[in-house]
Write a new protein. Structure first.
Length: 289
C-alpha cells in the first residue's frame, strides 16, 4: 500500500513509519517544513495543505500532536483544541475532495474520551465522558469522521499510555493510591495494530489499541521497577498532583480506566506483547529512543 503519515517524527510515528516500510509499504511523510521529494507539506494551524499531493494514496495515518503544557490553563486548552480540530479536519476535508481517495484514514484519538470508571470494563461501545479531555477527543473524532461521508473508511485510535522512549527508564513511584487501572500498549504492538487496521476492511470507527492484560498503577510501578532492578521511586500523593497539575491530574493521571480491546479481539487480532513485563523488556532492548 502507498501510505501517507503525519507525525512521523514523534515518539509513535518514528516507529510506525519504518515498521510499515519493513512490511513492504511505500511511506510518504506529511511534514510542516519544506518538503523533499518523498514528502508533502502542510500547516494545519494556518489551514494550508498540498491538496494535489494527497491524490493517489491507499491509506493515510494522522499521528500528529502538539506538546501538551504541564497545566491546562484556558489558553492552553484552546490551543490544544484548535490543534486537534485543525489536523483532523484539514486532512478529512481535503481527502474527501480527492479524485483518487484513500481507502482508509486512521487518526490518533485517546483513552481520555472515556470517563474514569473504577473497576468497570470499558469497550468501544461504553459511555463517553463530558470533561474537557473527553470532549476534545470526541470533537477530534467527529472532525475525522467527515471523511467517511466521501466513502473513506475512518478509524479513530483511542490510544492509552504507549511504552517507549526515555520515560521508561525513569524511577517511577506509585501515583495516588495506585489502585487506578492504567491502560498501556507496547510501541511496536501499536505499529502492528496500525498495519492490521490498514489491511482489515472490517475495522471502522473507534478502536481501543490497548493490551488485553491491563494492570493497576501499583502493578505497573512494581513491574517496571523489577525490570530496571531498582526500588520504586517516591509515591506521588493525589493532593500533590492536583496542586501541581490542576484539572489534568484527575483527567489523565488519577483516572481509572479498565479498557478492553474488544473490537480487535472480536476480529481475531493476536497480540505480540500482551504481558507488561515482556513488553517493557522488549522496548528497553530495542534502543529506539
Amino acid at each position: 500500500m502507498k501510505i501517507l503519515i503525519a507525525g512521523s517524527n514523534g515518539m509513535i510515528g518514528s516507529v510506525v513509519a519504518p515498521y510499515l516500510i519493513s512490511q513492504g509499504h511505500e511511506v510518504v511523510r506529511l511534514v510542516r517544513h519544506s518538503p523533499n521529494l518523498s514528502e508533502i507539506s502542510w500547516d494545519p494551524d494556518a489551514g494550508v495543505i498540498d491538496s494535489k499531493g494527497l491524490e493517489g494514496f491507499d491509506g493515510v495515518i494522522n499521528l500528529a500532536t502538539m506538546p501538551w503544557p504541564a497545566r491546562w490553563t484556558e489558553t492552553a486548552k484552546q490551543k490544544i483544541r484548535n490543534n486537534r480540530l485543525a489536523t483532523n479536519g484539514l486532512l478529512a476535508e481535503n481527502l474527501a475532495k480527492c479524485k483518487h481517495k484513500p481507502q482508509v484514514l486512521i487518526c490518533s484519538s485517546g483513552m481520555g474520551i472515556y470517563p474514569s470508571s473504577g473497576d468497570q470494563f470499558i469497550t468501544e461501545d461504553s459511555a463517553l465522558g463530558s470533561d474537557f479531555l473527553s470532549m476534545l477527543q470526541q470533537d477530534g473524532e467527529a472532525a475525522a469522521m467527515k471523511a467517511s461521508e466521501a466513502g473513506i473508511r475512518v478509524v479513530n485510535l483511542r490510544t492509552p499510555a504507549v511504552l517507549g522512549g526515555k520515560a521508561l527508564t525513569r524511577n517511577m513511584g506509585r501515583i495516588g493510591d495506585g489502585k487506578q487501572w492504567s491502560p498501556w500498549i507496547s510501541r511496536d504492538e501499536l505499529a502492528n495494530i496500525i498495519q492490521y487496521i490498514l489491511i482489515t476492511d472490517a475495522i471502522t470507527g473507534a478502536v481501543n489499541p490497548v493490551s488485553p492484560n491491563q494492570v493497576t498503577n501499583e502493578e505497573f510501578t512494581a513491574t517496571i521497577s523489577k525490570v530496571l532492578g531498582r526500588k520504586p521511586g517516591i509515591p506521588l500523593p493525589a493532593f500533590f498532583l492536583r496542586l501541581m497539575l490542576g484539572e489534568m491530574a484527575d483527567a489523565l493521571i488519577l483516572a481509572s480506566r479498565r479498557i478492553v480491546p474488544r473490537k480487535l479481539l472480536d476480529l481475531g487480532y493476536t497480540f505480540q506483547f500482551p504481558e507488561l513485563e515482556v513488553a517493557i523488556r522488549h522496548e528497553l532492548s530495542s534502543n529506539k529512543g
